[in-house]
Design a protein around this ligand. Structure first.
Ligand code: FAD
Length: 493
């Protein structure tokens, strides 16, 4: 079969490799001049910055893609195990180091009585993990599929938000924060609204470790592209798909190809979209073919948060900052209210810093430093004029960091730039500039998420963070496995 894929994020590349390994002709069309989407990168003045993802979990899901071609990952990318995952700075005195090895010591530091709570939390999240991990391979296309799962969900108390769930195990407020913040950065989850099933993330890290790719996550993307091209796959860059061509005779319309840059038409037996689903339905598919995904329906969904990200190349090193730091300068609950409910840009923030040079990485020139600073902000529903506000917001953040954690920061900046929700929208075609598309809630999970197979159009499939099972590299790669199986089933003669 002739399969075309729109977009070269982790999802697009993973499904491309799976389809290629089955002997199909596979071509990827990517809007940007480099691959990777949210896992792409920037090179500036001798510094290399990953766009966003920095932590790799369940690395065997990536290894599976290499096994399809009887290869292993060596020669493509190299992973380093992280001994310490995060350091959380509640203020200069209260610092929680999140590492598997020392977790009990750290909990004890905050509240001795919470040790037993942690042990129980571990046991229950392990149960959640075992139940939910099997969801990752299942397409959930029918209402029947959710009915079958419902009892399990009820047993796991999936209706409970993460914060409420975690609070049952920990009395100390800092510990409650420490065990609820992570899903925000990996899944876009507001812990006060997202289901506690997303605590399976903690077990994902525990079971298979948390890893960093030497040279950055971009090296994995480059490795996947290399594997794809070595085996005959083709990727075209600067090739924005501007239309999904459909034909309707009887029954559902059928995808028959795509249009590139409003010019060239490419025929295909199957079209797989790695592009943002809401953007794709609204902009690439004529209204007449969209019975379910009308503009009205797409607008009615609740979209997740975005990010303001500052990338810094620095003349000196800040060795007091670890590889992954989360810095709190805000009341926790209020912060999420502002970002997710009131669509208000928080002027006191919760910042996540990724500093790869902390583990001796060579992504900066010798003796120099490099990091990104990420502030969760509302999506574009906030009506913020980022072209004006961006510079001011950057200065607010840098001023705070300079005063509290990194002295003389601004005078040591050698290179800098920032990304706003407008960039997520314009460069990555993210609907409302949302970094994770739909808000991560129970009612936008499994069956309730847009399906991996279009409900409106035959021969059209979806892979990546917007479809089931959701955002985060392991989930996105799992969506590729699902799509590959669906195509195999649908086209079996
Ligand atoms: C701030 C942040 C931090 C994160 N950190 C982590 C982490 O540490 N670990 C982790 O596991 N996950 C992390 N994630 C999640 C993870 O990065 C994403 O879920 C994943 O990279 C998304 O991959 P994807 O394949 O769904 O799509 P994307 O990466 O969004 O790729 C989609 C591709 O489609 C292209 N495209 C769009 N429209 C068109 C068009 N019309 N024509 C052609 N091409 C098009 C885009 O240019 C892009 O290349 C993080 C996410 C964010 C936002």
């Amino acid at each position: 079969m002739n399969i075309v894929i729109i977009g070269s994020g982790f999802g697009g590349l993973a499904v491309a490799l799976r389809c290629l390994s089955k002997g199909h002709k596979v071509t990827i069309f990517e809007k940007l001049k480099i691959p990777g989407g949210k896992a792409s990168w920037f090179e500036k003045d001798g510094y290399i910055f990953d766009f966003v993802p920095s932590i790799i979990t369940a690395p065997w899901l990536l290894e599976e893609l290499f096994k399809l071609f009887n290869k292993n990952t060596s020669g493509y990318y190299e992973l380093v195990k992280l001994e310490q995952l995060f350091k959380l700075y509640f203020n200069n005195r209260n610092i929680f180091t999140y590492s598997e090895e020392n977790i009990l010591r750290e909990i004890k530091k905050f509240n001795l009585n919470d040790i037993n709570g942690y042990k129980l939390f571990n046991k229950i999240t392990d149960r959640i993990f075992l139940e939910t991990f099997s969801f990752l391979d299942n397409p959930f296309l029918t209402p029947g599929s959710i009915l079958k799962t419902l009892p399990k969900y009820l047993k796991l108390k999936a209706y409970k938000p993460i914060y409420k769930f975690v609070s049952e195990f920990f009395q100390n407020e800092y510990l409650r924060i420490a065990f609820t913040i992570q899903p925000l950065y990996l899944l876009g989850a507001n812990p006060f609204r997202a289901s506690c099933i997303y605590t399976f993330l903690y077990q994902l890290e525990k079971k298979w470790g948390a890893w960093y790719a030497k040279g950055g996550t971009n090296t994995i993307i480059k490795g996947l592209c290399k594997l794809f091209q070595e085996n005959g796959g083709k990727i075209y860059y600067n090739s924005e798909v501007t239309k999904i061509l459909c034909k309707k005779k009887k029954g559902k319309p059928k995808a028959i190809g795509i249009k590139i840059n409003n010019k060239e038409k490419i025929e295909a037996d199957v079209v797989i979209c790695n592009s943002d689903i809401s953007y794709t339905y609204r902009n690439l598919i004529n209204k007449e073919y969209r019975k379910k995904y009308s503009d009205l329906k797409i607008n009615s969904f609740k979209y997740g948060n975005s990010f303001f990200i500052i990338y810094l190349g620095l003349k000196r090193k800040y060795d007091n900052i670890p590889q992954h730091a989360i810095i709190f300068n805000r009341l926790y609950h209020q912060f999420f209210e502002d970002v997710f409910i009131h669509y208000k840009v928080p002027e006191e923030f919760i910042l996540y810093i990724h500093r790869p040079t902390a583990i001796g990485e060579t992504v900066a020139p010798p003796n120099k430093d490099c990091m990104y600073i990420l502030s969760p902000v509302p999506n574009l529903k906030s009506q913020t004029d980022w072209s004006n506000f961006g510079e001011r917001y950057k200065n607010l953040i840098l001023e705070f960091l300079e005063y509290s954690y990194m002295p003389e920061l601004r005078e040591n900046i050698e290179t800098e730039f920032f990304i706003t929700p407008e960039d997520f929208k314009d460069k990555h075609n993210s609907f409302l500039g949302s970094a994770f598309l739909y808000e991560c809630t129970l009612f936008k999970s499994i069956y309730f998420r847009p399906h991996n197979k279009s409900e409106d159009i035959e021969n059209l499939y979806f892979v990546g963070a917007g479809t089931h099972p959701g955002a985060g590299i392991p989930m996105v790669i799992s969506s590729a496995k699902i799509v590959d199986r669906l195509i195999e089933k649908d086209f079996k003669k």
